[in-house]
Ligand binder design. Structure first.
Ligand code: PLP
Length: 348
C-alpha cells in the first residue's frame, strides 16, 4: 500500500533554521505560526499538527472550521482562514473577518482576526473601513485577537513588496490608536508568509508579532532572491509506492491506455499503486517524469497505478517535488496539496 513518510526531524530542522534567521536581526522575539491549511499542504493535518505541537508551536492557521475542529486540542490558538463555524467549537478557535456578514454570523465571545487588504486585492476589508469594522466587532462583543494582511509580493523584487509593507505599518498604527480610543487590548499583527519573512528578516528585521510559515517548514523555498535558507531546508514528505504486478514484455509490445508506451527492447515492467486518483498528477505523453531513482514513469499513468521498467517491490516516487512541479508546469505547493488524504501517512 502506498505510503507518505513524514520526516519529523526535517520539519523541526526547518523551523529551527527559519526561527534563527528571522530572529537574528530582531530585538524582540517574532513568533512562528505554522500554516497547516489544506491538509497541511497535503502532508496530513493530524500528523503535522502532532509534529508542530511537539516542536512547541503555539499558533496555527488552517483552512476552515472543518480543519480547525480536528486539531484544536494540539495548540493554544487555531485560526481558520475561511468560512464560519458549522457547529460547536472550542474557545481557542478564531475565525477571520473578511466581510460584515461574518460579524453577524458569529456568537458573542468568539475570537476573531480581522483581515485587511493592503495591496493584493484579494481578500479582507479595505483600510478605510477599519474603524467601522472594529466598532462592529466590539459591539457584537467578539474578541479581536489579530489584525493581519497578506503580502503576496514576497518573491517580486521591485518596490511593491515594500510599499505593501509600509501600508501594513500604517495600518498597525491606526489599530493601536483605535485600541486606545475604544479601550480594547492591542491585537497581534502579522503580514508575512515564508518568502516575505525570509526577505524582511534579511533586509532589516521583522516588526510584526508573528509570521505565518507554510511552505518553508515543509522544506521548500523556491525564490529568486538570494537567501541563507533555501539550500538548507530539508523536505518533509516522501511518497512510496508498492508493486502491484510484474510482467516480461517483448520488443514492440505496448503498455497502458491507448498503448501509449511502445517497447524498443524486451523489458521487465511493473505497475505501482499510485495514480492520478491519489492526487499524483497524470503523466501523459507530453511529460517526462522520473521517480527518485531516475526511472521514468511511463505514460500514460492511470487513476490507481503507473508503470515503470522495474521490479523492485517498493519504490520512492519522490522525496522532493521540485522537478515534478517543473514537469507539470506548476509549483511545489500544488503537487503537495493534491496528495490524497486517503494515502497512509507514517511519521518517522
Ligand atoms: C498559505 C498562506 C500562508 C503561508 O504561505 P507560505 O508561502 O506557504 O509560507 C500565509 N498566509 C496566508 C494568508 C496564506 O493563505
Amino acid at each position: 500500500m502506498a505510503e507518505i513518510i513524514l520526516d519529523s526531524k526535517a520539519y523541526k530542522h526547518n523551523l529551527n533554521l527559519i526561527h534563527s534567521h528571522i530572529n537574528s536581526h530582531n530585538k524582540s522575539n517574532v513568533e512562528i505560526a505554522a500554516v497547516l491549511k489544506d491538509n497541511a499542504y497535503g502532508h496530513g493535518l493530524k500528523e503535522m499538527a502532532t509534529i508542530a505541537a511537539e516542536y512547541g508551536i503555539k499558533s496555527v492557521f488552517v483552512k476552515n472550521y472543518n480543519e480547525a475542529i480536528q486539531i484544536y486540542k494540539f495548540f493554544p490558538q487555531v485560526t481558520a482562514f475561511y468560512g464560519m463555524p458549522q457547529g460547536d467549537f472550542a474557545k481557542n478557535i478564531a475565525f477571520v473577518i473578511h466581510d460584515e456578514k461574518h460579524i453577524s454570523a458569529l456568537p458573542q465571545g468568539t475570537k476573531v482576526e480581522l483581515k485587511v487588504n493592503v495591496g493584493m486585492n484579494r481578500n479582507g476589508i479595505e483600510p478605510s473601513e477599519l474603524e467601522s469594522f472594529i466598532q462592529a466587532i466590539l459591539q457584537k462583543k467578539l474578541e479581536l485577537i489579530g489584525v493581519f494582511s497578506h503580502n503576496g509580493y514576497g518573491d517580486d523584487l521591485d518596490s511593491v513588496f515594500f510599499h505593501t509593507q509600509s501600508n501594513f505599518a500604517k495600518l498597525k498604527q491606526e489599530v493601536l490608536h483605535l485600541s486606545q480610543k475604544y479601550g480594547f487590548a492591542p491585537p497581534r499583527f502579522h503580514s508575512l508568509s515564508t518568502s516575505g519573512a525570509i526577505r524582511v528578516a534579511s533586509e532589516g528585521g521583522i516588526t510584526d508579532d508573528l509570521v505565518r510559515i507554510g511552505i518553508g517548514a515543509y522544506g521548500y523555498l523556491d525564490v529568486s532572491f538570494e537567501n541563507p535558507i533555501s539550500d538548507k531546508l530539508q523536505k518533509v514528505a516522501s511518497l512510496y509506492a508498492d508493486r502491484v504486478s510484474t510482467r516480461f514484455l517483448d520488443k514492440g509490445e505496448r503498455i497502458g491506455y491507448s498503448g501509449c508506451t511502445t517497447l524498443n527492447s524486451p523489458q521487465v515492467v511493473s505497475t505501482y499503486d499510485i495514480g492520478y486518483g491519489d492526487g499524483f498528477f497524470r503523466v501523459n505523453e507530453n511529460h517526462k517524469v522520473y521517480i527518485a531513482n531516475g526511472l521514468q514513469i511511463l505514460p500514460r499513468s492511470s487513476m490507481d497505478c503507473f508503470s515503470c521498467f522495474c521490479d523492485e517491490p517498493r519504490i520512492c516516487v519522490f522525496n522532493d517535488v521540485t522537478h515534478l512541479a517543473k514537469a507539470f508546469g506548476t509549483i511545489s505547493y500544488e503537487i503537495l496539496t493534491h496528495l490524497s488524504p486517503s494515502i497512509k501517512r507514517t511519521i518517522i
